[in-house]
Design a binder for this molecule. Structure first.
Ligand code: ZN
Length: 265
């Protein structure tokens, strides 16, 4: 996967590190497993909002992004921008992106999400909360430049719901950096809309559970099916039950068919 459209309109688009051109010379930081041996992804119970406070000089719309190139350049910038967050053992290297994911409010009302360290790793965003906190950064300075964030609440909720269903099942709350440190982060714009950030009910969870039970009997779910095609299954079920959901592409259908054939064979 390089990019994944989670919703068509307004578009909610996820782009992984390959997709946005993360500098491969700069290693991906963070840990996937805690000291006690449990997966970091299972520890994450709270979404933690930040703003990245990066504003380009003379940008007339410092908190809104016009195109993917702007987002991608910023991803590269975030790989090196916080040398203060580099652990002692890596002094002299870069911090990599300190957040798990980066959020970009787009001019057309869409939301672009760039993979940072990754959803399943520790971050370096909130001292003392980098394991159980899924840290994301809203691009821009939301304290200094006023912007009504209402248009992006629903796209965000779509993404948060998707992310909870894809890798972070224990997420419960939506929280702000300023809940934990003496900081204005993520800024007034986001503080205003934060009470509306939420995870929606997944209308098709029952169907997915049924599929999961079937795959469990083949002991394939965790190792093959879940990482590879669970997103497509969600999409297929959504397309079948909700006419507003994006259709599967021919490629998606071929991929699903391939896996089903494999399971039956
Ligand atoms: Zn912050």
């Amino acid at each position: 996967m390089t990019t994944l459209t989670i919703q068509q309109r307004p578009r909610v688009l996820f782009v992984d590190r390959n997709g946005w051109g993360a500098d491969p010379e700069l290693q991906r930081l963070g840990y996937m497993v805690t000291r006690d041996g449990s997966l970091v992804a299972d520890k994450k119970t709270k979404w933690l909002h930040h703003h990245d406070v990066i504003v380009l000089p003379n940008d007339p719309t410092p908190n809104v992004y016009e195109n993917l190139v702007e987002c991608f350049l910023r991803g590269r910038r975030l790989q090196t921008i916080r040398p203060d967050l580099v652990p002692e053992s890596l002094r002299g290297q870069t911090s990599d992106v300190p957040y798990n994911e980066m959020l970009f409010p787009m001019l057309d009302g869409g939301l672009v999400i760039l993979e940072g360290r990754g959803y399943d790793r520790t971050g370096a965003h909130t001292r003392g909360h980098n394991t159980e906190g899924h840290g994301t950064s809203w691009a821009g300075n939301h304290q200094k430049y006023a912007l009504a964030m209402s248009p992006w609440v629903e796209p965000f909720n779509v993404y948060a719901t998707w992310r909870k269903a894809h890798g972070l099942p224990n997420l419960e709350t939506q929280e702000l950096h300023l809940n934990y440190s003496a900081t204005a982060c993520p800024g007034t714009n986001l503080v205003r809309v934060a009470p509306r950030f939420t995870y929606r009910e997944e209308p098709y969870m029952d169907e997915l559970e049924e599929l999961k039970a079937r795959f469990d009997s083949h002991n394939l779910w965790e190792h093959i099916v879940r990482p590879a095609v669970v997103g497509k299954f969600f999409q297929a079920i959504a397309a079948a039950t909700d006419p507003r959901s994006p259709r599967l592409t021919a490629e998606d259908v071929a991929q699903l068919k391939h896996f089903i054939d494999k399971l039956q064979g």
